[in-house]
Design a protein around this ligand. Structure first.
Ligand code: ADP
Ligand code: MG
Ligand code: MG
Length: 877
């Protein structure tokens, strides 16, 4: 039996998302529960994968099934492709498993040609509609399938409007639209070199292939990488008979959410345009009306629509984002999906759904995308400063947040400016999918046109980027890179501030304040803590960072990098003295100067942690990172050490390494210069003793972490130094103090010999930054040079330094745990690379049995939530 490549909407349901894509599965589900959906069929995601396997062609088996389904569709609708009595017109729509705005644009009114359009014009007695459909179809097909740029057609429309003295598309007459269609076809011919295709079948296959092709376009690839969507999934294609919102004033089209996607507030939220089709609402062709105004225009359809909203929300038990069309007063549903929402709205909706009895706490926790929490942790405007400022203008608060930056006018400029470290606000007439990469790097987005459901708004909310849209008061001069608002002209590089909640735009920079976890955020976090098993610590080198992380819920420090403490001007000098010393005694003398500072640092850190665990990593980087570069500094050092400038320079030269990443660093330093480990141990232990005295109720138990172990014997050499020093300090102080000595696991050999090391170590902490570079054999500092080529060749789908390579690096981690835990039942295991704050990596850490993850302070809530979701998905004892 041949595989089934094509499904009628009647044959599917919401559970078939992987096969039918999100849009297809939900069209099927809406059909199943009896909602008014124009019928059609879905070509599966597997057909897309097959298309690529067959060398970008649709094979005969799939073609046969598509052809058979066209016949079925003709039967269901009673219309026929290319017919002169009752022609079938369809839309062709892409739909991946996860919604992807980076993909193909929809094609509407497919099936039209010179003959069919005349049949429609005549039979319907509505030539304006017929020609409107035709010109739209030529426009969309040329752009999407043949990749003739949109702008040529838009220019022709603008010329026509100017010629006729009208400002809006709807004011163009049947004759105007007819003329436009002819111009469009001529444009097509001049760009493509052949006539616009008139055979509906040919048009359909062209469109289907374009959808498949779009799966691999650069925009889609970037979007997938950012959103963890595997390339192997493929996209489905939906072929659906048309409902017409452009037949007159008793027709229209709209987009609506069952709750406010910006705030989460309950109640219908959306926009509607009369006598319009498809993307008109989103594209900002005309400014749409609020959904509630639909009630006056179309009372019947509106009533039905509000019922549908309730049915769908109950059915999916989540906020729905719906697209619909009204044809002569009759409602047609064209799409529903769980609506994209801001982080703020996501938290409110999840809590409300629990309170409304629709969801359990676990389900609410599982509903939040941890990656979005990031935005809530970013600074908000200082309310006082905000009140004192006068807005220049007010648009729609399309995506909340506070953004300040320099004005740029193109997505490309945004990228260039951001790459050199500038904060930018992207100001556009309206955005289109090509702008995605620029939108991504911008602090905020400001558009002149477009409503709450415009491209800019939807994408910005998805990315958690602040956006103000539809600020029509702006007088834009894109060509000269300037605009005027509130009587002031802004040029490229001028500062503005956007408030994405109110839609207000301000001149200059408005100060911001740190965010906090309160309200619904706090409630969700409390649920997350209730369900998670994995502990969450933080990487913090300073008491300020540690305090911030504690506020955000960190249960300890998983990594304190001590080298950062040496860069203070007073200390760095002593440290340099140590580096250029000739004897152990000299080095000890220099280290003695640093000891009190280091001890003070640790005391402050312990205080900030209030008795919770603190892991301190001993000196890790190669010494050349500390030596002076400036002549003046070198002279100063020479003087202090009674050496000639040349001697110092020679020492500096001698520290040069060919591959510092694998050079004289980590515990190798402590093996050659044990006095460094002695000094650091004294600081750790003395600080702990002091803090313990001050806070008898805390249970101090410092964790000393030796970096870069690859061989148990080298670990033992350093451990011996640490233990002897620590025990002596404790004895001298006449107190009891527990401490631990463990190691970073960041070299593959440490994983391979983890059973040996675990016998001697109290804990392991995976340093997955180094472990990743050592496992792949490339440096994270140089990977940027070839990663793009690796993405293009589908060798990598994501950056292994951001998202843990579970196959290779993950296997080493698993091996280390499996070898280590049995020989040392007390061994605790964590991770402290960048990956500790990446949700999919956190899930992996949960699954392989780590005790904790450690991440930067602002990732702590992300990790807490991801850890809870991992437990809910895959419970562990
Ligand atoms: P996107 O995924 O970008 O939202 P869609 O496939 O949903 O693209 O199509 C965009 C819009 O085109 C829809 O919101 C709807 O207004 C219009 N559209 C799509 N199919 C039809 C149809 N069969 N009849 C009428 N309008 C349609
Ligand atoms: Mg849609
Ligand atoms: Mg390291």
């Amino acid at each position: 039996m041949a595989r089934k490549w094509v499904y009628l909407f009647k044959e599917g349901d919401a559970g078939m998302r992987e096969l039918l894509g999100g849009k297809g599965a939900n069209l099927a589900e809406m059909t199943k529960i009896g909602l008014p959906v124009p019928q059609g069929f879905t070509i599966t995601t597997e057909a897309c994968t097959q298309y690529y396997e067959d060398g970008k062609t649709i094979n005969d088996e799939i073609r046969e099934q598509i052809d058979a389904h066209i016949l079925k569709m003709e039967e269901i609708t009673g219309k026929k492709f290319g017919d002169h009595e009752n022609p079938l017109l369809v839309s062709v729509r892409s739909g991946a498993r996860a919604s992807m705005p980076g993909m193909m644009d929809t094609i509407l009114n497919l099936g039209l040609n010179e003959d069919v359009v005349r049949v429609l014009a005549e039979k319907s007695n509505n030539p304006r509609w017929a020609w409107d459909c035709y010109r739209r179809f030529i426009q969309m097909y040329s752009d999407v399938v043949m990749e003739v740029g949109k702008k040529y057609f838009e220019e022709l429309i603008d010329e026509m409007k100017a010629k006729k003295g009208v400002t809006q598309d709807v004011d163009l007459t049947a004759e105007d639209l007819h003329e436009l269609a002819e111009q469009f076809k001529a444009e097509y011919k001049s760009k493509i070199g052949s006539d616009f295709p008139s055979d509906p079948k040919e048009q359909l296959y062209g469109a289907i292939m374009a959808v498949f092709r779009s799966w691999d376009n650069p925009r889609a690839n970037v979007y997938r990488r950012d959103n963890d969507i595997p390339y192997s999934w493929g996209t489905a294609v939906n072929v659906q008979s048309m409902a017409f919102g452009n037949m007159g004033d008793d027709c229209g089209t709209g987009v609506a959410f069952t709750r406010d996607p910006g705030t989460g507030a309950k109640g219908l939220f959306g926009e509607f345009l009369t006598n319009a089709q498809g993307e008109d609402v989103v594209a900002g062709v005309r400014t749409p009306m609020h959904i509630n105004e639909m009630e006056q225009k179309f009372p019947e359809a509106f009533k039905q629509f509000t019922e549908v909203c309730q049915i769908l929300e109950k059915h999916y038990r989540d906020m729905q984002d719906m697209e619909f069309t009204v044809e002569h007063g009759k409602l047609y549903m064209l799409q529903t999906r769980n609506g994209k929402r801001t982080a703020q709205a996501a938290l409110k909706i999840a809590c409300d759904l629990v309170d409304e009895g629709m969801r359990t706490e676990e389900e609410a926790v599982a509903m939040i995308d941890p990656r979005n929490l990031d935005t809530l942790l970013h600074p908000q405007f200082d309310q006082k400063a905000l009140k004192a400022a006068t807005p220049l203008g007010k648009g729609l608060g399309a995506s909340p947040g506070a953004a300040c930056g320099k004005v740029v006018f193109t997505a490309d400029d945004a990228e260039v400016w951001a790459a050199r470290g500038e904060k930018v606000i992207l100001v556009r007439l309206e955005t289109s999918p090509e702008d995605i990469t620029g939108m991504k790097v911008a602090q905020g987005i400001l558009t002149v046109r477009g409503g709450m459901t415009s491209h800019a708004a939807v994408v910005a909310r998805g990315m958690g980027t602040c956006c103000v849209s539809g600020l029509g008061d702006i007088v834009m001069d894109e060509a000269n890179k300037k605009f005027t608002l509130g009587g002031k002209t802004f040029h490229e590089g001028d500062f503005i501030s956007l408030d994405g909640s109110t839609g207000n735009v301000y001149d200059g920079v408005i100060p911001t304040v740190d965010a906090s976890i309160a309200g619904e955020f706090g409630r969700i976090m409390a649920w997350a803590d209730k369900y998670r098993k994995l502990a969450v610590r933080t990487n913090a080198d300073t008491p300020q960072d540690a305090k911030k992380a504690r506020e955000l819920g960190a249960e300890g420090i998983g990594l304190c990098r001590t080298e950062h403490m040496f860069f203070d001007p007073e200390r760095i000098f002593a440290f340099r003295e140590m580096i250029v010393s000739d004897t152990k005694e000299e080095r000890e003398e220099a280290l003695e100067k640093i000891l009190p500072y280091q001890q003070g640092d640790f005391e402050a850190l312990y205080e900030a942690l209030e008795g919770n665990p603190v892991t301190i990593r001993f000196l890790d980087p190669p010494l050349h990172e500390f030596v002076p570069q400036e002549e003046e500094e070198i002279e100063k050092l020479a003087k202090a050490k009674n050496k000639s400038v040349q001697e110092i320079k020679d020492i500096i030269t001698s520290l040069h390494e060919f591959n510092p990443m694998m050079g004289h660093r980590g515990l190798r330093l402590a093996v050659t210069y044990p006095e460094i480990a002695v000094m650091q141990t004294k600081a750790v232990i003395r600080a702990a003793i002091n803090v313990q005295k001050k806070h008898p109720d805390w249970k101090m138990n410092p964790e000393i972490m030796i970096p870069l172990t690859s061989e148990v014997k080298e670990f033992n050499v350093v451990k011996k130094v640490v233990v002897e020093t620590a025990d002596e300090e404790i004895k001298k102080a006449g107190v009891n103090l527990a401490y631990q000595v463990g190691t970073m696991v960041e070299i593959p050999r440490a994983c391979l010999t983890a059973d040996e090391i675990a016998k001697n170590a109290d804990f392991f902490c995976f340093g997955t930054n180094d472990l990743t570079q050592m496992t792949f054999g490339f440096s994270r500092d140089d990977a940027g040079k070839f990663l793009n080529a690796y993405y293009d060749n589908k060798i990598f789908e994501s950056d292994p330094f951001a998202k843990l390579d579970q196959v290779g690096v993950g296997k080493l981690m698993k091996m280390a745990i499996e070898l280590g835990k049995p020989v040392n039942p007390h061994l605790h295991v964590g991770i402290c690379g960048e990956h500790g704050g990446d949700p999919s990596s956190v899930e992996f850490c949960h699954d392989i049995g780590l005790d904790y993850v450690s991440c930067s302070p602002f990732r702590v809530p992300v990790a807490r939530l991801a850890a809870a979701q991992a437990q809910i998905k895959n419970p562990r004892k």
